[in-house]
Design a protein around this ligand. Structure first.
Ligand SMILES: C[S@@+](CC[C@H](N)C(=O)[O-])C[C@H]1O[C@@H](n2cnc3c(N)ncnc32)[C@H](O)[C@@H]1O
Length: 195
């Protein structure tokens, strides 16, 4: 697909290609590029894949912008004593292989920063947290549901403990008292002195 002459970005030209990035990363980086960018991807990849990405981008002297990498911070309102244990289980679930090798999950943001600094890039980053409040009921419900399932699969807590946590979370949600902040980071990395 080619999109040209877009009203908001009159000089932008976008082409799309279907590529398995775990297998054919270089195919995505070939050609005439101005910027490599990802969004909500790097939590899924492995440390070795991220290293490959950083080396391949640095070899081409390209800037890199990664939006929305999870950084492991989660704060709940209201507090529940089981939150920390459930999130620890969710993090272990996130670290499972998503096709790229063992996934970075909550380490994605800090490893991205470290990896691009290691290839000599100037790296800047800023928090891009998700903040979900009671008016985001559906999304919060889906998140709690997904986390309870992940915790069950990981098996670090007993099913009754997970059910108790889930019930507390759903109760707070139905009383419109629930909110959550999920730490995400945006990272921009540029080759020093090249651009
Ligand atoms: C969390 S979603 C983010 C989607 C979108 N970039 C965004 O920010 O809303 C992760 C994306 O990674 C893609 N993905 C996962 N494994 C992939 C692979 N091996 N090759 C290419 N894309 C992959 C999925 O198809 C999905 O679109």
């Amino acid at each position: 697909m080619l999109l040209a002459g877009n009203a908001s970005f009159p000089r932008a030209r976008v082409t799309t290609a279907l590529i398995d990035l775990a297998r054919d990363l270089e195919a995505a980086l070939d050609g005439s590029l101005d910027l490599v960018t990802t969004s909500a991807l790097l939590d899924l990849v492995s440390d070795s894949w991220l290293e490959r990405l950083a080396f391949d981008i640095a070899a081409r002297g390209l800037p890199f912008y990664a939006a929305l990498s999870y950084d492991g911070r989660v704060t709940f309102e209201p507090f529940d004593p089981l939150d920390a244990a459930i999130i620890a289980a969710v993090h272990n679930h996130q670290r499972r292989d998503k096709g790229f090798g063992p996934a970075l999950g909550p380490d994605a943001a800090k490893r991205t920063i470290a990896m691009f600094e290691a290839v000599g890039y100037l790296v800047i980053n800023a928090a891009a947290d998700w903040v979900l409040k009671s008016h985001d009921q559906d999304m919060l419900a889906a998140l709690f549901d997904g986390w309870a399932s992940a915790a069950r699969e990981v098996g670090q807590q007993s099913p009754p403990e997970i059910a108790t946590w889930f019930t507390h979370r759903r109760d707070a949600l139905s009383q419109e008292k629930s909110s959550i902040r999920l730490g995400h980071v945006d990272v921009f990395a540029a080759p020093i002195g090249r651009r």
